[in-house]
Every structure is written in C-alpha cells, then in structure tokens.
Ligand binder design. Sequence first.
Ligand SMILES: CC(=O)CC(=O)SCCNC(=O)CCNC(=O)[C@H](O)C(C)(C)COP(=O)(O)OP(=O)(O)OC[C@H]1O[C@@H](n2cnc3c(N)ncnc32)[C@H](O)[C@@H]1OP(=O)(O)O
Ligand SMILES: NC(=O)C1=CN([C@@H]2O[C@H](COP(=O)(O)OP(=O)(O)OC[C@H]3O[C@@H](n4cnc5c(N)ncnc54)[C@H](OP(=O)(O)O)[C@@H]3O)[C@@H](O)[C@H]2O)C=CC1
Length: 293
Amino acid sequence: MGNAIKTVGIIGAGQMGSGIAHVCAVAGYDVRLHDISEDRIKDGLATINGNMARQVSSGKMEDKERESALSRIHAAPAVADLASLDLVIEAATEDETVKRKIFANLCPILNPEAILATNTSSLSITRLASSTDRPERFIGIHFMNPVPIMKLVELVRGIATEDVTFEASRNFVGSLDKTVTVAEDFPAFIVNRILLPMINEAIYTLYEGVGSVEAIDTAMRLGANHPMGPLQLADFIGLDTCLSIMQVLYDGLADSKYRPCPLLVKYVEAGWLGQKTGRGFYDYRGETPVPTR
Ligand SMILES: CC(=O)CC(=O)SCCNC(=O)CCNC(=O)[C@H](O)C(C)(C)COP(=O)(O)OP(=O)(O)OC[C@H]1O[C@@H](n2cnc3c(N)ncnc32)[C@H](O)[C@@H]1OP(=O)(O)O
Ligand SMILES: NC(=O)C1=CN([C@@H]2O[C@H](COP(=O)(O)OP(=O)(O)OC[C@H]3O[C@@H](n4cnc5c(N)ncnc54)[C@H](OP(=O)(O)O)[C@@H]3O)[C@@H](O)[C@H]2O)C=CC1
C-alpha cells in the first residue's frame, strides 16, 4: 500500500460511500462501513456485492479477488467502531449541518493521529475542518461517481491542512490506482465548478421549453460526445446533491449565474431525486427509463 494508512472507515453507505469502500477493499485496505442505520449499511454492502459481481462477469476481477475484497469490508453500526482507524472518510449527505454533527460525534472517540477526510462535492474544507479537533489532519478527498470506474480524485487542502496529511492522502489515492488533481478550497472545487453550472443550464433549457428531456440529453450525447446527457447525469448524481452544490456556488460566489433552476428545486421538493429514489428527470420504475417531461 506504500503508506502508513492500513485501515479506512467510511461514513455514509450511499452510492459514494459504497464505491469508496469497494475500491479501498480491492486495494487491500481493511474497511469499516458506517451509516445512520444497519439497513443502510446492508444496502451499501449489497451494492458493493453487485458491482464486484459485474466486474467478475466482465473479466475485470477474479472471483477469488472479489471474495477476499468482500472479506475486508466490515459493517460498523456504531460510530465507536471507527475509533482505532488510520483514516476516516465522511461520505454522508451533502449538508453542512449533517457533516458537522458527524464530526462532533466522531472526533472525541477517534484515534488522535487519524486523518479525517470529507468527500464533499462543494463545501468549504476550511470551514468543515474548523468544526473538528484536527484541522491540520483534515482534508477533502473528492472521488467521482461511479467510484470503481472514474479515474479522478480531487484533493483539497483546508487552510490548516499539514503537508504530512496531504502527502499521506496523495499516497493513499495513488494506491487506489486513481489520478490526483489538486484543487484550491473554493466553492465546488474544479470538477463541479464547471460541471454543475452546465447541468443547471440544461435544466433551465428544459424549464424554458427549449427542448424536452430526451432532446436535451440526445443533443449533448451525440452533439458534444458526453457519455451521458446532462439530465441523465443529474439523475445519476442525485438531484438533492446537484441542488446543494448549486446553492453552495450561489451563496459562496454571490453571482446570479449560479442561481439554481426553480425546476430543480421543484423536483427535489417532490422527493424526485433521480435514480436513487426511482424518479427524477426520468422515471426508473419500469423496465426502461421514461422521461418525465
Ligand atoms: C457530483 C460530484 O461531486 C462529482 C461527480 O462525480 S460528477 C459525475 C462524474 N461522472 C460522470 O460524469 C459519469 C458519466 N458517465 C459515464 O462515464 C458512463 O456513462 C458510465 C461509466 C457511468 C457508464 O458507462 P457505459 O459505457 O454507459 O455503461 P456500461 O458499459 O454499462 O458501464 C461501463 C462500466 O461502468 C460500470 N458501471 C456503470 N455504472 C456503475 C455504477 N453505478 N457503479 C459502479 N460501476 C458502474 C459498469 O459495470 C462497467 O464496468 P465494466 O467495464 O467493468 O464492465
Ligand atoms: N453523487 C455523486 O455523484 C457524488 C457525491 N459526492 C458527495 O458524496 C457525499 C455522499 O453522496 P452520495 O453517496 O451521492 O449520497 P447518498 O444519498 O447516496 O448517500 C448518503 C448516505 O449518507 C447517509 N447519512 C445521512 N446522514 C448520516 C449520518 N448522520 N451518519 C451516517 N450516515 C448518514 C444517508 O442515509 P439516509 O439516506 O438514511 O439519510 C445515505 O445512506 C456527499 O457529500 C456528496 O456531495 C461526491 C462525488 C460525487
């Protein structure tokens, strides 16, 4: 593994937390997966199981590798189960209050030497760090979705992050066979500073009736060679997460060009959060996704 980190805790067993647990276990780390309830942890483990099985059937992984990787992932129903780990990565809902509460519960019991990282898509690393007992050992390690496939990880230092924390994190990401890009601590960093306004603009394009869901996604898939149309990608990321990121950009940069589209707000208010809730710009409840507009 090439660095001092041997054990990794992950908080949040959703699509990102389960993906991070997956790649850490494949790379040989001992992983503890925590979420708000045992059911959520079970769902996360089932997702990992399914994704690894897919990798086996497509010849990307040996069945033995899958078995041994799975054996390295343990459910951690209590925060106390993370106490002795070397690195804890928070990958819970994109909401500053939720993340602050998690750190407040975790820090008093966490190994004082442990590095604490957040997978936040947009929030200030410096501000999150200042709510912990270890701003010098706090860092943004921002994975991309789907984690087992995407090669990039953004590393974001807070104002107090020490070099030793940064280097250990860089080595850790390298050991997962991912490429690091360094971003400064500004709202939404690099990828989402560019990607999310594009997605928000696609939603305005829909809102203003310039095109249907299908027309907009087809236009960007075939006209700009994007692997997914922007509305399909928004559903994939999660519309709640997209809205939170736009809100952070809007509040943090105080520029009206980041105003979240009211249609995005409406979908989130309806609980239509995309693939994870079965409905967003597409309805996923049937055999094939059907546009909702
Ligand atoms: C919001 C943030 O903070 C930052 C972000 O992450 S922004 C989002 C960034 N991600 C993107 O932009 C993704 C854009 N989409 C893509 O790249 C592709 O559509 C995709 C890789 C997701 C799927 O690719 P595809 O060619 O359409 O589908 P498919 O052939 O089924 O899948 C390709 C591989 O991805 C895997 N895959 C697809 N969806 C997956 C998922 N949800 N989880 C894990 N693996 C997945 C498949 O198993 C397959 O793996 P193998 O090659 O090992 O078999
Ligand atoms: N989706 C994406 O494409 C990307 C997201 N991210 C970031 O990763 C993080 C997670 O996103 P994602 O996985 O998509 O979100 P999901 O909604 O899929 O998962 C979040 C998980 O965190 C759980 N959770 C909520 N509160 C707590 C808590 N107090 N303690 C422990 N677990 C909790 C949620 O449980 P419940 O559902 O019960 O509330 C849920 O299982 C966010 O910060 C997001 O911005 C980063 C890169 C890409």
